[in-house]
Design a binder for this molecule. Structure first.
Ligand code: FES
Length: 218
């Protein structure tokens, strides 16, 4: 499905966060395999909504994502965050200071496929793939790739912050202790078709029996 290219801003994101988002649509929904192109999110949602609702897989060319940048696509009408993590971020995910603040650092609650039950909650450490829906009451968390002057809370290394009631998640979507959200951000089914093509909505063959509907909470 052809699309045009551009970047766009997030609906609720403050200025500091908007720079870090690109809304990238996929070239094909349901009939995967065509080259990906870029469109503003609102344009992607309208023509593709019925197809997305039907649950067709969505392809994304991850080679277009710069390190430290996040892209949001839609799958089954849900926002899917795809974050290309830097070495600094990967180091932060493994730091004892970070882990000590998390409610479920080892992803023991069923919020992800088996292949994402690891410290980076993903197939490849450098790419995070998350359903961007807060597990408290369903707001879309804001993305802060690292701690900075624009970070809304102190003593937080960055990641995802939900402005609705203040829940915090780390860059792997692991929820912090003592916030309203009870669970980590879900990980959708996905696989890499090749080095640069991420396919959301299709399980890795080794986890074919895993069902997204079995996750504990969106
Ligand atoms: S919906 Fe995210 S903290 Fe309440």
């Amino acid at each position: 499905m052809a699309s045009t290219a551009s970047s766009a801003t997030a609906g609720h994101a403050p200025a500091g966060t908007r720079r870090d988002f690109l809304f990238i649509a996929t070239a094909t929904v349901g009939a995967v395999g065509a080259a990906a192109t870029l469109v503003p999110l609102v344009d992607q949602m309208n023509p593709d909504a019925s197809t997305l609702a039907a649950g067709g897989p969505v392809d994304l060319d991850v080679s277009k994502i710069d390190e430290g940048q996040q892209v949001m696509i839609r799958w089954r009408q849900r926002p899917i965050f795809v974050f290309r993590r830097s070495k600094q971020t990967l180091d932060a995910l493994q730091s004892k200071q970070m882990i000590g603040q998390l409610a479920d650092p080892n992803s023991e609650a069923l919020q992800q496929p088996p292949y994402a039950t690891n410290w980076h909650r993903s197939l490849k450490p450098e790419f995070g793939v998350l359903v961007g829906i807060c597990t408290h009451l369903g707001c879309i968390p804001l993305f802060y790739p690292n701690s900075s002057a624009t970070t809304p809370v102190t003593n937080w290394p960055g990641g995802y912050f939900c402005p609705c009631h203040g829940s915090k998640y780390d860059p792997a979507g692991r929820v912090f202790s003592g916030v309203p959200a009870p669970y980590n951000l879900p990980v959708p089914p996905y696989r890499f078709v090749n080095d640069k093509t991420l396919r959301v909505g299709e399980n890795d063959a080794s986890a074919a029996a895993w069902n997204f509907d079995s996750i504990r909470q969106l």
